[in-house]
Design a protein around this ligand. Structure first.
Ligand code: AMP
Ligand code: MG
Length: 330
């Protein structure tokens, strides 16, 4: 850390999590979050947005109560401008704009997917990696080429995290289902047949969820969880292997909420080993959505002078990873 490095406040709010963090350079000064759990079913965008609106003032207030300096000392306010659920994004953007206007500090509009990548590049030694980004709303194979993060492959329908959570609900596991499926899978024994859907370096999971649901009446939860993980993780491994053999990248970075899964880590580590690449994974406490990743990505935007005028700060629910011109990597 050098004295000149800016202090950035990062706000994450694309879906279920209100994340607030303060960083300076690579140092995490504060990091707190609050996550919405739907009373039943999946996440309802408006309900989640109301939750974020309630949580942000408290989280931001508490953050600065615990710091030796006030919010007026920050050099920039970064927020998740997209992609994500419209109502959640609008709530988060409103908070960020209010702080920016009130304090007269730069507003920084961060792409959420790129923030997951930048977090990994900041806190692990991964340099110019092939990224497998696995989360509740996105699943993509990403690498940097000619000024942009390129999407080499991605889900053609739902994200892996969404697939796990949907299947979990059908089996009456608590939300989010991902970690519960991981635990159940450890005692599964029989590999049940499921479709294996991969097209080049892209893949799809929604048909696999439908097929897995049909196994519920006849098979144990543990066997279904075990089988679903084996099939879906094999698909992710195959796509990663293909992307790695094309790009010859020297490192593989696993990031996003589902990166917390120990079996997925094992499977992707093996792919990296076989292709002589180093394997890195973001730590479990920063794998899911958080304010730190938004603040790190925001620092890059501030350093390259990409300050977002308020009048251009409308949210981008479908903002793609490959639409962002990346000025901070040469
Ligand atoms: P994110 O959208 O990046 O915040 O990630 C949230 C997603 O990560 C949810 O779909 C969770 O079910 C999933 N998740 C969290 N922990 C695990 C785990 N140990 N195994 C599988 N999925 C997980
Ligand atoms: Mg995410």
């Amino acid at each position: 850390m050098t004295p000149s490095e800016p202090i950035i406040l990062g706000l994450e709010g694309t879906a279920h999590t209100a994340g607030v963090a303060v960083i300076k350079g690579k140092e995490i000064i504060a990091n707190t979050s609050s996550t919405y759990f739907p009373p039943q079913g999946g996440i309802h965008p408006r309900e989640a947005a109301i939750y974020l609106a309630k949580e942000f003032p408290q989280l931001i207030g508490d953050t600065f109560k615990g710091l030796p300096f006030g919010i007026d000392k920050i050099d920039g306010i970064a927020f998740s401008q997209g992609p994500g659920l419209g109502p959640c994004l609008r709530t988060t953007a409103t908070v960020a704009r209010a702080i920016s206007l009130r304090l007269g500090i730069p507003l920084l509009g961060v792409n959420h997917c790129i923030a997951h990548v930048e977090l990994g590049r900041t806190i692990t030694p991964a340099d110019d990696p092939l990224v497998l980004y696995v989360s509740g709303g996105n699943t993509q194979l990403i690498t940097f080429l000619n000024g942009r993060y390129r999407v080499l492959g991605e889900t053609l329908d739902i994200a892996i995290g969404n697939a796990l959570d949907t299947l979990g609900r059908e089996m009456n596991l608590p939300h989010p289902g991902g970690p519960h499926i991981e635990k159940q899978a450890q005692t599964g024994q029989e590999l049940l047949p499921l479709p294996y859907t991969i097209k080049g370096m892209s893949f799809s999971f929604s048909g696999m969820v439908t097929a897995a649901k049909k196994l519920i009446p006849k098979h144990s939860t543990a066997d279904i969880c075990y089988s679903f993980q084996e099939y879906t993780f094999a698909i992710l491994a195959e796509a990663t292997e293909r992307a790695l053999s094309c790009t010859k990248k020297k490192s593989v970075l696993l990031t996003g909420g589902v990166a917390a899964n120990a079996h997925l880590q094992e499977v992707i580590q093996k792919v990296a080993d076989e292709q002589d690449s180093s394997f890195y994974v973001v730590p479990r406490n920063l794998a899911g959505d958080n304010g730190v990743m938004i603040a790190f990505a925001g620092t890059h935007l501030l350093n390259t002078g990409e300050i977002l005028p308020i009048q251009e700060s409308q949210v981008k629910p479908r903002w793609r990873t490959d639409q962002v011109q990346v000025g901070w990597i040469s």
